[in-house]
Design a protein around this ligand. Structure first.
Ligand code: SF4
Ligand code: SF4
Ligand code: FES
Length: 241
């Protein structure tokens, strides 16, 4: 069987492994563990893209190792913005706390509300989240603000704000104002990274609309809308006529 070389950083030095081609990255990692380095450490579970545990980065992009086929020269890294435990294994506890920060669950459950198939369709996509945290790893906001609630918790927040059984969305909307919806740059990296086709960026846009409906506004525009300041270097000064 053909072999491909893959690289990863281990103990602060680049290590190159030769692995069989025509297999998933996760299978390649098991091959390394069984034949070359028994101490190689990574997370894995279902091997079928449903448990979310095997997310890592290849050449700077997030993938599920159980779904990705390695190519010659690939550089494998753990998820970004997570505390590394060892090799490709990261600590996800801090990240999962963002769900608590977002208060992303049903607060006032209306037991008499029957969900129609159309209601379920509204939150079907968000409910597919496997908590792989690829979107979190891809989000550039964490480079400057480690307190950002982040994409998957905001997508989960939207899922419950849209749930017709929730009698009051106030708790969730209040919880996502600081380090939440307004801190997102709408760059869309989370949407690109998601292996389940979820669109956290759009969910955040929808949450901004819900926030405005509940009386909040973008704090970045809190100075109000006045005559724009084009500045002297803009080429012309509209106030001079
Ligand atoms: S769209 Fe927002 S949440 Fe998604 S990656 Fe960009 S900044 Fe992060
Ligand atoms: S939204 Fe997508 S990328 Fe983010 S944790 Fe859920 S499944 Fe993973
Ligand atoms: S091992 Fe479960 S998603 Fe890859």
């Amino acid at each position: 069987m053909d072999k491909v070389l893959i690289k990863m950083m281990q103990n602060d030095k680049e290590t190159i492994y030769k692995v069989s081609s025509k297999q998933t990255l996760l299978a390649a990692l098991y091959e390394i563990k069984e034949t070359q380095n028994a101490s190689l450490t990574f997370n894995a579970g279902c091997r079928a893209s449903v448990c979310g545990t095997c997310a890592m980065r290849v050449n700077g992009r997030e993938v599920l190792a159980c779904a990705y086929k390695p190519k010659e020269g690939d550089f494998i890294e753990p998820l970004a913005y997570h505390t590394k435990v060892r090799d490709l294994k990261v600590d996800k506890r801090t990240t999962l706390d963002t769900l608590v920060k977002a208060k992303a669950w049903l607060h006032h459950y209306n037991e008499t509300t029957q969900l129609t198939p159309k209601d379920e369709y509204l939150t079907e996509r968000q409910s597919d989240c496997i908590m792989c945290e690829s979107c979190y790893s891809a989000c550039p906001v964490f480079a400057v603000n480690s307190n950002f609630i982040g994409p998957f918790a905001l997508t989960r927040a939207y899922r419950y704000v849209e749930d017709r059984r929730e009698k009051s969305t106030t708790y969730i909307i209040d919880a996502i104002q600081n380090n939440g919806v307004w801190d997102c740059t709408l760059c869309g990296e989370c949407t690109i990274a998601c292996p389940k086709g979820i669109d956290p960026k759009n969910d955040i846009v929808m949450l901004r609309t819900k926030s405005v409906q509940q009386g909040y506004s973008d704090p970045n525009f809190s100075f109000g809308f006045g005559t724009p300041d084009f500045g002297r270097d803009f080429g012309f000064d509209p106030s001079t006529g």
